[in-house]
Every structure is written in C-alpha cells, then in structure tokens.
Design a protein around this ligand. Sequence first.
Ligand SMILES: [Ca+2]
Ligand SMILES: [Ca+2]
Length: 351
Amino acid sequence: MLQDRVQTGALLLLGPLMLASVGPNVVLRVNSKPPPQAPNAAKGMKEEAFGYYQEGKTGRGHRRVLTLDLGDGVTLDLVRIPTGRFQMGSPPSEKDRLSNEDQHDVEITRDFYLGKFEVTVGQFRAFVKDTGYRTEPETDGQGAWGYNPDTGKFEGRKPKYTWRFTGFAQTDEYPVVNVTWKDADAFCRWLAQRTKKAVRLPTEAEWEYSCRAGSTTRFYSGEGAEMLVKVANVGDGTAKKKFPDWESTIASEDGYAFASPVGRFQANRFGLYDMHGNAWEWCQDWYGPYSDLSAKDPVREEPVNDKSGRVIRGGGWGKRTPRFCSSARRNGGAPGSRDIDLGFRVSLRPD
Ligand SMILES: [Ca+2]
Ligand SMILES: [Ca+2]
C-alpha cells in the first residue's frame, strides 16, 4: 500500500513553549494552562478522565470533549487542544528521520478541537446517508485499493474496492479509508454546515502538535519503535505472521494484521487515539518545504507547483511502519490518492 501515493518532503517551525502540568508526576513540554471553563457548560461539552501512555509512562489526564450529532444516533467526539509552542520536526539524531523534517519552533496561538479518533466508517456512512455523496473512487471509475483473501495480496485500483469494501472485515468502528482529500474535505464541509461550526481538516502543524502532546521523542510512546505496540496499530508481529514478506515491522504483536477499530490503544497526554498508525490521516496543507512558512499557526494554503500533493500524517497499519509512523514524518499524496490505509480526522475552530 502507499504505492498510490506521491512521496515528497519538506518542513516548518514555531515559537514559545508551553508547559502544562497534566499529572502528578509529569510536566508537559507542550504548553499550557488548561483551557478556561465556560461559565455554563456549552451544549455537547463534557469533561472526561482518561488514561494515557506517553514517553514510557502511564498517567491519568482530563480532557474537554465536544460531541457533534451526525444524525441517527451517530456522534463524533473532538478534544479541546490548548495553545502552545513546540519543536516541530525531528532532531538530527533521530532514527530514520528525513531531511524534510528540519526542526523549527512553531506556535499554535488558538485553542482548537481535534477528533478524538479517526473518522469512522459509521460516521462517514452518516454523511453519505444524509447527502447521497459518492466518493471519488466510486465516481471516477477507478475504485480504490483492497485486499484479496483468495490470493493473499493487496490490489488496486479496482472499482470493487471503495470505502464500503476493502476486502478485510471492518465494522462501523473502523477508520474510513479509500477516501481522497476531496472526500475528506467534503465530509468536513457537510459537518460544518450541519453544526454551524468551523469544521475542517487539521493543519499539518496542528496535527503534529496534537500528536506530540508535549513529547519530544520519535513517537509519543517514546523513542523505541517496539513500544508503539502500546499506543498504535502498526505493521507488527501479527501482520508479519500473515504477510511474511513485510520486512520493517516491529516484533511485538498488536493483534491486528489489518486496520483496527478506533481507540483500541492508549491515548496520548491530550487524550487522542491512533495518532500513530491505524489509518494515515489527510491534513489541510499542501505539501511543501517548511522553510518559507510562518512560525505562527503555519499552513500551506496554496500548492507549490502543479505536482504538489496534500500532507498525509501518522503512518498506518501497513508494512512500511514504524518508519512512517513517527511524530515528525511527513508524506504527501496527490489530492486524488486513495489507499486501503488512508483516512482522516477532523478539527474544529471554536466560536
Ligand atoms: Ca498491526
Ligand atoms: Ca492514524
């Protein structure tokens, strides 16, 4: 998988650091005072306690969650992310880093919300049911990627493969995949219209800031790839048993050879799940070098050239992990790319 994607490279930076005390024994390098409490709890808002695993330690955190109604009893939870500054990118010493990950200081100047999970099949189905929307793979005659259990091979693009059918078993709790950037954007626009809120794909900087949640290591779980098994569904020992030719998997077993239902692994300190692995995630930005971007709330809103792709983050459950799962790892895909392990999560700017 990922053959369908264009690979590119580039980078960004920003500002002051936030320090938040999130647990009795831990100081977050990501900034922040907790977001101010509204005098009256807004509709759809709730406070949740949760457990996390970050940089080799478990802990308990608190998150503010906004629940959006998608109709027919389907909901979507977003977690409030505080402002802060962080080092975006990876240090020169990091294993398997690429030259497009140059570290720079970045400031996130406004609180925002980010999906607690990747958008699921069930949530995408609610969108399709309400609008009759058909995805690009369904309408351009090309279809998407899938797994053929008869041959044991991945194959694509084929019309029979879409977000509805990937060839491996998936329930409504699985991350929706085989959707293009335009399909992901269409979901966000629908949700914005429905909720009258500023829903969109996260910027690349928001994504990495949220993934790190104050961590400075290669993964939010820590430096070593084997500990990804606590926080992510990646190319692992389970997948290796099914696909012996996968060469760069971790040895530990996460229990899933394909995608997993969302939220099955431990959250980071912000209370977000599956930021590493499971489905890759489309971001708002066009892919390009970090060097010419502002250090505050950076986003590349225009393509660099006619070959530019959109940013994809976080790595997936496929065979190229863990290299592709690091917090700093950047990938770009043509907006029309679709893949069996490529989905998205949504973000929202508060009123
Ligand atoms: Ca796995
Ligand atoms: Ca993911």
